[in-house]
Design a protein around this ligand. Structure first.
Ligand code: GLN
Length: 280
């Protein structure tokens, strides 16, 4: 079978299983199976696949048919301006989360040196993107998952910012190191009962610990804000990603912990997604 026919066949299978990006997914997985870029796929569409290549492609497609996300199948995902290595131990970087990067760069555009902490680094996409853009920022990153720390280190090396980040495998409750000008986090904020309503791709494959915000969706946010209020310098800033319906709840927790609210920023879908506050 040639490349084009295999892609068309796979795309049809994916489409029948309600995978909207069926053609794109098939092309990406063909690139993965052949270890070539997509340009090669287009330029060599009539090339015959050998048995090993075809079996490899079919295996990838059958994982995709079981809703496994493309990013986990290819092991990478673009975020902001860079490509990050990912695996199923970390949340797949979302475009919505680029808001934190965008806002930090805007608010700190005239600041050169600051100390920055991220609570829950995952793949490291947020803090590493910021460090890459701001050459004199120094970062610390925290995660309770050993696998996340490992992956974040690999990404830090890849982006060549490894000399400006220190990573700690720790639970938030046990972390008491340093004082920061800026703290950022994309905490788990989905209500426990809503977890099962997430896309199949998400709920079947992404780490629940990175999503589960407890019964009211705010239990981790509450912890993160309380700890941030201890770790942040006076007039330091906290940037948090939140769910579309958490603005008022989170504002209240921030105020109770000695922060004032600067602003809430909406994502491209028009939902409140990022809340920025300052420690009094
Ligand atoms: N925005 C993510 C989702 O809806 C959730 C991320 C999070 O809980 N921090 O899948």
């Amino acid at each position: 079978m040639n490349i084009e026919t295999a892609i068309q066949k796979a795309s049809l299978d994916l489409k029948r299983n309600n995978i909207e990006t069926s053609l794109l997914d098939s092309e990406i997985l063909m690139s993965k199976a052949l270890k070539k870029d997509r340009k090669f796929i287009f330029l060599n569409s009539k090339k015959e696949l050998n048995d090993i290549q075809y079996q490899k492609f079919k295996k990838l497609i059958s994982s995709r048919l079981r809703s496994k996300p493309i990013a986990y199948l290819t092991g990478k995902k673009f975020f902001w301006k860079y490509e990050f290595k990912v695996n199923n131990k970390v949340l797949i970087p979302r475009p919505d989360t680029e808001l934190i990067v965008e806002q930090v760069l805007e608010i700190y555009k005239h600041k050169n040196i600051i100390n920055l902490l991220e609570i829950g680094v995952g793949s490291g996409c947020v803090i590493l993107s910021i460090l890459k853009e701001k050459k004199n920022f120094l970062g610390k990153g925290l995660d309770f998952s050993k696998d996340c720390i490992k992956l974040c280190k690999i990404n830090a090396d890849k982006l060549k910012v490894n000399h400006r980040i220190k990573l700690y495998k720790s639970n938030i409750d046990n972390f008491n190191l340093g004082k920061y000008d800026l703290i950022i986090s994309n905490p788990p904020y989905i209500k426990k009962l809503d977890l099962n309503n997430l896309d199949k791709d998400v709920i079947k494959y992404e780490p629940k610990l990175a999503l589960d915000g407890g019964l009211d969706g705010l239990s981790e946010i509450r912890k993160f804000i309380k700890k941030s209020s201890e770790l942040i310098k006076k007039r330091g800033k906290l940037f948090l990603e939140i769910a579309h319906d958490q603005k008022n709840g989170v504002k209240k927790i921030l105020i109770e912990n000695g922060f004032y609210i600067n602003k809430t920023v909406k994502d491209l879908a028009g939902n409140d997604r990022c809340i920025i506050s300052t420690k009094k």
